[in-house]
Design a protein around this ligand. Sequence first.
Ligand code: AMP
Length: 185
Amino acid sequence: MKNTKPMKLILMGIQGCGKSTQGNLLSKELHLPYLSSGHILREMAKEKTPLGRYIKETINSGILVSDKKMAVIMEEYLKRPEYANGWILDGFPRTVEQARDFPHIVDHVLYLHVSDKEALWRLSYRNDVVREDETLKAIRVRIELFHKVTEPVLTFYERKKKLLRIDGEQEIKKVNQSILKHLSK
Ligand code: AMP
């Protein structure tokens, strides 16, 4: 499927639901750039500055970077020319405040649903990337925060009729096909 219009997509779901796998697949298929807020923050955490240290501490404990800082960081990226013709965002917005203050009109929000049990199982057996912020404690905090703070964002987009719920427990190819089918409707 060749992307002909500047589509703006958001991927949501608990850690381990397959957002980055699906985001990268969709990026190739739809010719849209993929941008992960977690990836941006992990790069910023390497900087030996007060902001870099704050981000490192925050992401390693699994809690969230402040809404104000996130809005500035994301805008810094999205105003770049490569994002002018649409994008696939992974990990942002993650709070209702971030969604409410986001200045872009989103076309679809793809919610990859997997159970907490399945996500924890996948993360414990994931050995492709070893990440400093992937301790079991931080993963549990992230899952808890998803239910408490990020689930209301799903409701926010559901009310706007933008939410597409996908069964993320299917195999990778099937999840991808379900997304493409929903998007072509
Ligand atoms: P992720 O790779 O999406 O799991 O993000 C890793 C970590 O980055 C999260 O646990 C948060 O500490 C931080 N983070 C990523 N996106 C956001 C966001 N939209 N708002 C606040 N913190 C974020």
